[in-house]
Design a protein around this ligand. Sequence first.
Ligand SMILES: Cc1ncc(COP(=O)(O)O)c(C=O)c1O
Length: 369
Amino acid sequence: MRNAPVYPPHIEQLKSYSPGLPMEDLARRIDMPLAHIVKLASNENPLGASSRALAALAASSIDLSRYPDNDCTDLTQALALQLDVPPDWIVTGAGSESVIGMAATTLLSAGRFTLYAQYSFQAYVNAAQRAGATAVVVPSPDFTVDLGEMLRLGARQPVSLVYIANPGNPTGTSLDPDALEAFIAAQADGTVVVLDEAYLEYLPAAARGDAVAWVRRHPHLLVTRTFSKAYGLAGLRVGYGIAQPALAGMLRRVRAPFQVSQPAQAGAAAALGDGDFLARTLAVNSEGHEQLCAAFRARGLRHLPSSTNFVSVETGDSAALAGRLEQHGLIARPLGSYGLKNWLRVSIGTATENSRFLDALAQELRPAS
Ligand SMILES: Cc1ncc(COP(=O)(O)O)c(C=O)c1O
């Protein structure tokens, strides 16, 4: 064929992101009312969005014919105040995934190395591959990030970018904060660490490090956070990074313009001040976590200790199981694409949603008689 596009090999080898099945698709497919579908596949907030965010969206007199404020000035100010950093330490983006991508665009290219743990969030894999960089994947035999092994394998070549999530997805496991800061401090010159804190709010306070203090101490650290999880605003697509101004400024240079729409900026700024919603979210999550884990224990199902809003559980062939759960109107995430084909990740829902999931699971895992 004439004029066929010729793609660079690293682009040709990319796999497109496979998100959780949309609820509407399943409702149509199994002919079930949308209201009966339960989606526990994308670690969204089962309480919906903060009412303050919704009120701010409704009350705003945003002119949709205008481009949004590229710098997200009000939201950035609100974040800077809450985090006690200057506004130029904050880089906003269309979800924290976008900021994760900006880090790769800024620091990676063909011939450069990036480092992340086995069972890491898919966005790191994709961002590195889009940049044409070489990834060094550090084994995680016990489903946590092995910081010592990461340092050892990282020392074999100059590493431009390390991705690390605390807590991690899809494992849900978390790291000791002192060990994590020591790991950040031990990086060679020229290595930037992205610390992805998408699930930070779910970490018990006693297990949390002060990543903003770490940013103050380490100019090679970028911390990413999101409004998609505990703040219940996944649909608005707002996330941000925190870094010292030199690194933050570089990310802003590569950022595509107008990433965060004006409604999203208003909603996120309002959600930031909604402490009640956050507290309710965490209470429902911790009850749901116990509800799910108690049922897994009772059935003898191995599951990973999670400090997030999901639990990964070993079920045997999880793709087949997820297919059967869909017939009950339930969407959960099989983890085959992470190399965990016997594991299913279930987001923690409301008590009712969790019960629906557990009842269906019990039916589908019952040995055939
Ligand atoms: C570990 C981790 N980081 C980042 C994200 C990206 O979230 P968002 O782009 O919605 O901010 C997710 C989403 O699932 C995640 O699991």
